[in-house]
Design a protein around this ligand. Structure first.
Ligand code: ZN
Ligand code: ZN
Ligand code: ZN
Length: 157
């Protein structure tokens, strides 16, 4: 894995550093992770890494196109390594779960404005909001219990 990352970093003109490798590792293991999750994961590999260093790595990876940053309204920014395919996201209103979905059209922009008003449009930001399968199974009013179950697995239920 490490050599692949090194190759990808060099291909976009970034120096190969341990923090960059470990952030890429974390992103590969946790698609759609938020920055806090990535900091925790990267520091598990390299305890001396500061959160600021991890944020800096994320910014660099996004700016060269190795990672993509998505920002569902009301949620922290999420990061993923699946880039360049104009895929969209399904986001659960209840628990915040995120799933990838291929664009039904393909290349961006997959929607056309009724009137572009002279703009050259290159992207339509599409987020499908709804309720995930797990949350559909939860009767109203039981969300607290489910939440505890998710954190302290096996303590009842
Ligand atoms: Zn949900
Ligand atoms: Zn995605
Ligand atoms: Zn689309």
């Amino acid at each position: 894995m490490e050599t692949t990352w090194a190759h990808q970093l060099r291909a976009v003109g970034l120096r190969v550093t341990r923090p960059r490798i470990s952030v890429l590792d974390v992103l590969a293991a946790h698609p759609h992770a938020d920055a806090d999750t990535i900091v925790t994961g990267a520091r598990a590999q390299h305890p001396s890494l500061s959160p600021q260093a991890v944020y800096g790595v994320l910014k660099a990876l996004v700016s060269v196109g190795l990672a993509r940053r998505i920002e569902p309204a009301g949620a922290p920014a999420l990061f993923e390594l699946r880039v360049g395919d104009n895929h969209h996201h399904l986001v659960c209103r209840s628990c915040g779960a995120v799933a990838d979905v291929d664009c039904a059209v393909g290349a961006a922009p997959c929607l056309e404005p009724s009137d572009a008003a002279g703009f050259v449009v290159d992207e339509a930001e599409v987020v499908f909001w709804g309720v995930c399968r797990n949350c559909q199974a939860v009767a109203p009013g039981k969300s607290v219990q489910i939440h505890e179950h998710a954190i302290g697995r096996g303590a009842g239920a």
